[in-house]
Write a protein that binds this ligand. Structure first.
Ligand code: NDP
Length: 315
């Protein structure tokens, strides 16, 4: 059996075309949603992420503002930057790219973002609303996973879902979204005993641990849906040869580039799962799509335009 591949790129494109219609309707009312990205210092990975978010805004016709304080900025000054963005009326969404330098109190910064502009969904008010089953702005990656499941018509109600990972940005909000979608949810973490046995009971496995190819076919009940959130960069030839033994194209890509991306799910799971998201091209594209969707949603809510419409409208 070979799994059905759930393409995040196709789903992202669907969401973008819905958002484009919504953005055009807002434009006809003189509204152009705006996203402000705060990029502290010059971490290359963070720069790359922020640039792709800004590029997505450009592609969809959203306004974007890039603020780049130096790596040495103290917490108080960064709080002022956030405060200023909270006050600016043309800013509908604010994202502060993580990680922040060590001297900055990241929790204080995230809590300073106006919950109405918190498009990452990290503010305790938005987390609390999610817990209470009245979500507003939801963390982008788990929201994207729900879009993949819904748009791929994977039944969630009544399903046994196993979430591997309990981080604030992926695992916990993922579990809450699944609970509200009427799945029976088990949340696993590094202290979970017999993870393999727990995982094998799942109809839906969500892997979000940051452990390269850890979820091998023995973790997966034949036919289960496997969603791979993990993004791990392999740089050692031995790892690539072991993990991608049956995938000569990936070995070739590694020889050309010197690195290759792998999820938390072993690529051979494709032979056991019923459906799965590839890495790259699975969950990754949805994260930015949901950020765009949250920005449009924040604009509508803040400007009193309701929330009918595209991705996330059913929240
Ligand atoms: P964190 O490091 O914050 O959390 C990892 C979680 O996995 C923790 O809860 C940890 O348990 C658990 N874990 C670690 N090792 C094991 C193990 N051996 N067995 C069981 N559980 C384990 O990571 P994030 O949630 O931020 O990210 C997870 C992965 O998702 C990463 O690969 C990241 O790159 C990727 N990611 C991808 C995104 C995308 O857009 N596709 C967006 C965000 C993240 P414990 O709590 O006990 O430590």
């Amino acid at each position: 059996m070979t799994a059905r591949i759930l393409s995040g790129i196709a789903i992202r494109n669907q969401i973008y075309s819905e958002l484009e219609a919504e953005i055009a309707a807002l434009a006809s009312q003189g509204i152009r949603p705006g996203l402000a990205a705060v990029l502290v210092g010059d971490n290359p990975a963070s720069k790359l992420y922020v640039n792709s978010k800004i590029a997505a805004c450009g592609k969809l016709g959203l306004e974007s503002f890039l603020i780049t304080p130096p790596a040495t900025i103290p917490t108080e000054e960064l709080l002022d930057v956030v405060g200023e963005l909270n006050r600016r009326d043309e800013v509908d969404g604010i994202l502060v790219q993580m990680p922040l330098p060590k001297q900055v109190d990241a929790k204080r910064i995230l809590e300073a973002v106006d919950p109405a502009k918190d498009v990452d969904g990290f503010h305790p008010v938005n987390v609390g609303r999610l817990v209470a089953g009245r979500p507003n702005l939801v963390a982008c990656t788990p929201a994207g996973v729900m879009e993949i499941l819904r748009r791929s018509e994977i039944p969630v109600e009544g399903a046994n879902a196993v979430v591997m990972g309990r981080s604030d940005i992926v695992g916990k909000p993922m579990a809450l979204l699944l609970i509200h979608a009427n799945a029976t949810v088990t949340v696993c973490h590094s202290k979970t005993r017999d993870l393999k046995d727990v995982a094998r009971r799942a109809d839906i496995v969500i892997a979000a641990m940051g452990r390269a190819a850890m979820v091998t076919p023995e973790y997966i009940r034949p036919g289960a849906t496997v969603i791979d959130v993990g993004q791990n960069v392999l740089k050692e030839a031995a790892d690539v040869e072991r993990i991608f033994a049956k995938f000569p194209d990936k070995q070739e890509a590694f020889r050309n580039k010197g690195s290759v991306l792998v999820g938390d799910v072993h690529p051979e799971v494709v032979e056991t799962a019923g459906a799965y998201t590839p890495v790259p091209g699975g969950v990754g594209p949805l994260t930015i799509a949901m950020l765009m969707s949250n920005t449009v949603r924040a604009a509508r809510l803040r400007r009193g335009k309701g929330v009918a419409g595209a991705a996330g409208g059913k929240r």
